[in-house]
Write a protein that binds this ligand. Structure first.
Ligand SMILES: N[C@@H](CCC(=O)N[C@@H](CS)C(=O)NCC(=O)O)C(=O)O
Length: 84
């Protein structure tokens, strides 16, 4: 089953940069959503994930949407996906 990813982030956030550095070494297709630059992105994060904390990975599956917080969890999840 395929998944689609969106990463909610902003540039000066060190935890977001950690995830961005990981992504730069991969070919995983992730749509970037900057909550400071993009109108409506922060509200979408708040309404969907329940918090405005970044980074947050939105994982869209056929069965529903998951909002994953914590940079190390996001990296571990995507690393495992990449390896599978
Ligand atoms: N432990 C978290 C820390 C994330 C974090 O502290 N993010 C800050 C920005 S650098 C934030 O979004 N703070 C605002 C909030 O928590 O609503 C991680 O590793 O992702």
């Amino acid at each position: 089953m395929s998944e689609r990813y969106q990463l909610f982030k902003y540039d000066s956030c060190p935890f977001c940069r950690r995830v961005m550095r990981f992504l730069e070494g991969t070919s995983i297709d992730v749509t970037l959503r900057d909550i400071h630059r993009e109108s409506g992105a922060m509200q979408e994060l708040m309404h969907g994930g329940g918090r405005t904390m970044v980074p947050c990975l939105q994982i869209e599956r056929e069965t529903g949407v998951e909002w994953m917080y914590e940079s190390l969890d996001i990296i571990a999840y995507l690393e495992a996906k990449q390896a599978s």
